[in-house]
Design a protein around this ligand. Sequence first.
Ligand code: ADP
Ligand code: MG
Length: 162
Amino acid sequence: MSTANRFNFHTTNVRQTQSLAKKIAKLLLPGDVLLLQGPLGAGKTTFTQGLAKGMNIKSEVTSPTFILLAQHEPSSNNLALFHADLYRLTDPTEVMELHLEEQASDGVLIVEWPDRAPEMLPKDHLLISIALQKIDHNARTFTFVSAGERAREIVDGLQSQL
Ligand code: ADP
Ligand code: MG
């Protein structure tokens, strides 16, 4: 049964953020899409690193300087991770050339800076917004908003574990 399609979760250090991401990793299926929103330094790449660990991916997840899409192969019997970072996107139509949905259909797609090209991204997705706090520099608030049935299942699965 579905509960709410939106909820918040707080972390106070990198380890907690990565542990949250690892929990999500265990819930993912081929074709799932995560959109990671938040300002520079919010923790989008840090979260993605935790997700990759949880997906048993051995290659390093970094902040790409020029590459818009990095593909991380799974070790065995796991899903590939497609990590897009649209920060440097100048023209939203460039995203079309990446064929994100098609490329990632056998794996998981995670997108940093989805707000650079909102119209070009899959309609069914789990939106994860990360907010910083003024007082505690290591505190982050994660807000999960699901769009579509799969994203809702992920949110339900996550909430039942937290
Ligand atoms: P983004 O990809 O959103 O620009 P990064 O993940 O590259 O952000 O950087 C996040 C920075 O914030 C890192 O230096 C990390 O150590 C720091 N940080 C401090 N507290 C947290 C937290 N609770 N969750 C994630 N990152 C944190
Ligand atoms: Mg980043």
